[in-house]
Design a protein around this ligand. Structure first.
Ligand SMILES: [Zn+2]
Ligand SMILES: [Zn+2]
Length: 335
């Protein structure tokens, strides 16, 4: 099969021939039909000096073969991949919170992921996709689950206005879900004009350019009060403090952005307002179900998030270009 692999820190990915994987006990062989490129793939390719990794954890596909002891799946069945593998027995796994399992592994990191024609996946981590959900939307189930999980864990009234900091793929997915779950106003801040336009298409009711406009004042002008729900979706130093600064007294502040460097903040800001700060990562299996249900019924329309597609042959160059400022949101690999 063809697959696109890492070559080590700072080097271009390379598309190569690899042996076809074989499904083990309880696994499916999956023919991948679409795999989203995630910001974390871009970061990981620079941070990890391990050549030979098949990245990609946002994918869907169809069953090409069933391994021993698999029931309920047939060749050709379509599915979205839950890309985490745990022990299946601990309290976290039983709760669907596989990311918290002590033995948790991720496809597209510790195991081969979706930048390939085929991969293998435990049948218990496959979520059936109805024909109504096309391949691009199927590959969005994972990022939509991230957004759903973030809102689930935020202590809030679902109708309360939401302030989202950052209009990238994560912020756009949170905006989409927040609207669908009933938020009266969903206001996204981003300094980049085309991102503001994109999130408005995705469902934000208003956007703010934080470079020219005071965020808290503008939010209050639009909604009548300071932000009681703030979701941070950027993940660079200074953003948590910014979220605390603009939040109302007693607000819920949820941090979704993955910041891997040192950051500084003034705890007194949060103390004085008695903020509820919630950090979130990944999702539970229930968030996959919720995303698939909402896509199936048609209430969640994520087309605005998808801005392009690319073959495995062209992936190394396209992947590199996404590390620069870009007008793209979610680009789909079509292996
Ligand atoms: Zn991702
Ligand atoms: Zn476990």
């Amino acid at each position: 099969m063809r697959a696109t692999i890492t070559q080590g820190t700072g080097k271009l990915l390379e598309t190569v021939e690899l042996p076809d994987p074989e499904p083990l006990n309880g696994e499916l062989l999956i023919k991948i039909t679409a795999c989203g490129i995630c910001g974390s793939d871009l970061h990981l390719s620079d941070a990890l000096d391990f050549p030979g990794i098949v990245l990609g954890h946002e994918f869907c596909g169809e069953v090409a073969e069933t391994g021993p002891n698999v029931e309920g799946w047939r060749i050709g069945d379509r599915l979205a991949a839950f890309p985490l593998v745990g022990c299946g027995e601990c309290t976290f796994c039983l709760d669907g919170s596989t990311s918290k399992c002590a033995t948790s592994n991720q496809l597209g990191l510790q195991r081969p992921g979706g930048f390939a024609q085929y991969t293998t996946l435990a049948a218990s981590s496959a979520f059936r996709l109805p024909d109504r959900i096309d391949d691009h939307h199927g590959a969005l189930v994972e990022p939509l689950a991230v957004a759903h999980h973030a809102l689930e864990r935020t202590r809030r009234d679902p109708t309360a206005p939401v302030l989202i900091i950052g209009g990238g793929p994560v912020g756009a997915a949170v905006a989409l879900w927040a609207r669908h779950l009933g938020a009266k106003a969903v206001i996204v801040t981003d300094p980049v004009a085309h991102r503001r336009a994109l999130v408005e298409e995705a469902g934000a009711t208003a956007t703010i350019d934080p470079g020219t406009t005071d965020v808290a004042t503008e939010f209050a002008r639009i909604t009548g009060h300071a932000p009681g729900v703030v979701i941070e979706c950027v993940g660079i130093p200074g953003m948590i403090q910014h979220a605390f600064d603009v939040a109302a007294i007693d607000a819920a502040v949820t941090i979704v952005g993955v910041c891997i460097s040192q950051d500084q903040l003034v705890p007194l800001t949060a103390l004085q307002k008695e903020l509820n700060a919630q950090f979130v990562l990944y999702y539970r299996k229930q968030d996959f179900t919720a995303s698939i249900d909402a896509l199936t019924s048609g209430v969640l329309v994520p087309d605005a998030l998808i801005t392009g597609s690319v073959s495995l042959a062209d992936l190394p160059q396209r992947f590199q270009s996404l590390k620069q400022p870009t007008t793209d949101c979610k680009v789909m690999v079509e292996p």
